[in-house]
Design a protein around this ligand. Structure first.
Ligand SMILES: [Zn+2]
Length: 138
């Protein structure tokens, strides 16, 4: 027979499994969202233009802008992509959505690890001896 104490532990682990599954379900709904994800981060910077004679090259205070850029890591190098002002809201939302996605995915992986441990506990607590081993007198 399964010992009472083991039964209690088992029911506790089963409750924990349900709780982790519910939390994972919530995250999965967020991960399934189809909104656009934009890689990189938004940077506002004042820039130097391509004209050799332009005064923007003489001092930082003559630089153009401030302009909105998307900063991206490509092949180990940071690339700055200029963004038209009209795109700002959309790109900002995409960058924010990408950040939330990464965070939710990370949490999802952590929950899976928790679940993996819980299944192990469930297995341990369901195992029992088919007979009582004889206790030796000390
Ligand atoms: Zn210039």
């Amino acid at each position: 027979m399964i010992q009472i104490r083991q039964k209690h532990a088992l029911s506790r682990y089963r409750q924990q499994v349900r709780a982790v599954q519910a939390a994972r379900q919530t995250l999965e709904s967020a991960l399934m969202d189809s909104g656009a994800l934009v890689e990189g981060c938004l940077v506002v910077a004042r820039t130097v233009c391509g004209k050799a004679a332009c005064r923007c090259r003489t001092s930082k205070r003559w630089r153009h802008g401030p302009y909105l850029h998307l900063s991206l890591l490509r092949k180990g190098r940071t690339r700055m992509i200029h963004l038209p002002k009209a795109w700002e809201e959309e790109v900002r939302a995409g960058v924010e959505a990408a950040r939330r996605f990464r965070k939710a995915h990370q949490q999802w992986r952590a929950l899976n690890k928790q679940l993996e441990n819980l299944w192990r506990q469930v297995e341990r607590n369901r195992k029992h001896m088919p007979y009582e081993p004889k206790k030796k007198d000390r």
